[in-house]
Write a protein that binds this ligand. Sequence first.
Ligand SMILES: *[C@@H]1O[C@H](CO)[C@@H](O)[C@H](O)[C@H]1NC(C)=O
Ligand SMILES: *[C@@H]1O[C@H](CO)[C@@H](O)[C@H](O)[C@H]1NC(C)=O
Ligand SMILES: *[C@@H]1O[C@H](CO)[C@@H](O)[C@H](O)[C@H]1NC(C)=O
Length: 309
Amino acid sequence: MATFLSSVLLLVLRTYAAPPEHVQVWPGGWTQAPGEAGNETLTPSLVPPPGTAQHAPHSIIIGVRKGGTRALLEMLDIHPEVAAAATEVHFFDWDENYVRGLEWYREQMPYSYPHQITVEKTPGYFTSPAAPARICAMNPSIKLLLILRDPTERVVSDYTQVYFNRLENRKPVQAIERMLVKNGALNTRYKAIQRSLYDVHMRNWLQYFPLRQIHIVDGDTLIRDPLPELQRVERFLDLPPRIHASNFYFNQTKGFYCIRSDGHERCLHESKGRPHPPVNGTVLRQLRSYLRQHNRDFYRLIGRTFNWH
Ligand SMILES: *[C@@H]1O[C@H](CO)[C@@H](O)[C@H](O)[C@H]1NC(C)=O
Ligand SMILES: *[C@@H]1O[C@H](CO)[C@@H](O)[C@H](O)[C@H]1NC(C)=O
Ligand SMILES: *[C@@H]1O[C@H](CO)[C@@H](O)[C@H](O)[C@H]1NC(C)=O
């Protein structure tokens, strides 16, 4: 949004100085030449606003999947000094992208002004064995943001997302209990469970980055009361405080906060507030009890506890 607003302002100024062309502005600062008006595909002649450039990110939201990474990025994007990447780049976790090199990575970033910082988010980084070393090789002093929620809830949310994706693609689906239990025991090799072993993944990151470079956002709190979490992120990123209570309003129908910024209101995509399926209580207790020791180990690693149970 910050980039969008700046480019609109810039465009107004530019139009003022050199009036003739009618130019369509797309979010992210892309402009569309007049001849192509009405063509909805985003492949127009690409004219970045003058004074902007693409930069490797100053900060990366590394995960966790289903932790609230989209909400965090959208809320952080309220800040006028933040330029957020529009898509998940998957540079450090997908080998086929990583081999394209850092120049390719930089080209995936939004155009930003010199006073802005670039932020990218790819939730898959947190659980990728290769990502920490690769990010460290690019910039060992980069600031990392990690948003987490109750790891048991995260497993169910992870399952729910896959479930709906498969339904949309007309693939067969299975009840969550069939995924969680194999041969009468908890199936700890199920990927959704593996991704919730925060201690295991965190140990890998701490081999490359000191804890003070990884700011952990409480995803459960962010959804209930976004402002204090965002103010902590502003301080961590050394940004001046520009996000205010007036940037959020509660949508009763959705049951969560929406964003008001630059005179626009926006809520997260429908898929973000999906109800979870009911899960067999015995199986859920097995899962909680399996994750309990991992959670304790995680608290010890980061010197902080969460209200997960
Ligand atoms: C829109 O632009 C694309 C790429 O230039 C082109 O392939 C497509 O045919 C255009 N569509 C219309 C409706 O003009
Ligand atoms: C609140 O959420 C509902 C349901 O998704 C949506 O239709 C409506 O536009 C939202 N209202 C506002 C003010 O954001
Ligand atoms: C829940 O799962 C347990 C263990 O797998 C099983 O014994 C029990 O019958 C299930 N309960 C229900 C209500 O399906």
